[in-house]
Write a protein that binds this ligand. Structure first.
Ligand SMILES: [Fe+2]
Length: 352
């Protein structure tokens, strides 16, 4: 432990230094409070012992200044006037204890050792706080690393699932990505928050995943489907729901997919939901799905054209399709010149 003694009397400084060095303390001395202040800036002390009455800066003023810069260092005051008032003032200003002059060796050593214990505890507390602080920092860094890893692996899972559908249903290759992108654009056009639009984008990328459960003869059939075959195709909404319902995502992706062929008037499938029973996300998705499907070329038929696609949603706005979603889609593809996007955008699953 390192002690600084401040006293204007040389004999006291020397005597105290000898007493304390014999007890194993490292001791520095200062003649004035100013000199002590300089030393305190340069060196680290565990205990300070200061005279109360000194020329220039008094011990009490010194005490007050030191308390601010070194709050955990015990300060012992020495007084030549053994009055209760002086002692009280010193303690009130934050002194650890006081010693009366002439200083008795036993009293000095006993008090300094007590101060040393207090200092030791303060140092231990500081070390624990530092440890706790570092632990929290590590924990936070670890959590954000793990969260980023999870986010990345979820993104890869979605991407794999999207390409799985494309590989099994080559006729509609890229359909899900274009629908996802258009759905997100419609959501943003409707003023939905960015994170909700991301959810709709992800759902669009996956919306036909239920086709994985369809027989491949139907998927690759180059001619128009029979009524019976079309009934089988209709099961893909529920299959998609069943495939995705266990996947933990921040949006109701499975349910949106379950409802993506429902129409406002109840003529959709599989459950014939009506109006507000259908999730807004599904109402957006169906508009994007119909427009992209009609505007795209298929091996078994030429593209019906964007105009026919837009005419379809315009004609059935408020009947099959949500009128706001239709209006937003028309605005995008009409005056805003939106073009179908084949880019797969990585979507972060962590809220923005
Ligand atoms: Fe579909």
């Amino acid at each position: 432990m390192r002690v600084l003694i401040v006293d204007d009397e040389k004999s006291i400084r020397t005597t105290l230094k000898i007493f304390l060095e014999r007890e194993g303390f490292a001791v520095d001395t200062a003649e004035t409070a100013m000199q002590a202040m300089d030393l305190v800036q340069m060196e680290s002390y565990d205990i300070l012992i200061s005279d109360i009455i000194m020329p220039q800066v008094s011990g009490v003023e010194f005490l007050e200044e030191i308390r601010v810069s070194l709050p955990d260092v015990p300060i012992l005051m020495m007084t030549g006037e053994p009055t209760v008032e002086t002692a009280v003032v010193a303690l009130q200003r934050g002194a650890f204890d006081y010693l009366y002059k002439p200083i008795q060796k036993e009293a000095l050593v006993k008090t300094v050792k007590q101060a040393a214990k207090v200092r030791e505890l303060a140092l231990q507390k500081q070390a624990l706080e530092q440890e706790k602080f570092e632990y929290q920092l590590n924990l936070e860094a670890m959590i954000s690393r793990r969260t980023a890893d999870l986010d990345k692996s979820m993104q890869s899972t979605i991407k794999v699932m999207t390409s799985l559908v494309d590989s099994r249903d080559p006729y509609t290759s890229g359909h899900q990505i274009r629908v996802g992108n258009l759905s997100a654009a419609i959501a943003l056009e409707l003023g939905l928050p960015a994170f909700a639009a991301t959810g709709i984008r992800v759902t669009g990328y996956l919306h036909d995943i239920g086709k994985l459960a369809l027989p491949s003869e139907i998927l690759v059939k180059p001619t128009k489907l029979s009524r019976y075959e079309f009934e089988i195709v209709k099961t893909h909404s529920e299959s998609g729901y069943n495939i995705l319902r266990e996947l933990s995502l921040p949006w109701p992706v499975a349910e949106i997919i379950y409802q993506h062929h429902e129409r406002l008037d109840g003529s959709g499938y599989p459950r014939g939901l009506t109006g507000d029973e259908i999730l807004l996300e599904s109402r957006i998705l169906i508009v994007a799905d119909v427009v992209e499907a009609m505007a795209s070329h298929r091996p078994y038929r030429a593209s019906l054209g964007l105009d026919a696609a837009l005419a379809e949603i315009r004609q059935h706005a408020g009947i099959y399709y949500d009128p706001d979603a239709v209006a937003a889609c028309l605005k995008l593809l009409g005056e805003k010149g939106y073009e179908f996007e084949n880019t797969y955008y990585e979507a972060s699953f962590i809220g923005i």
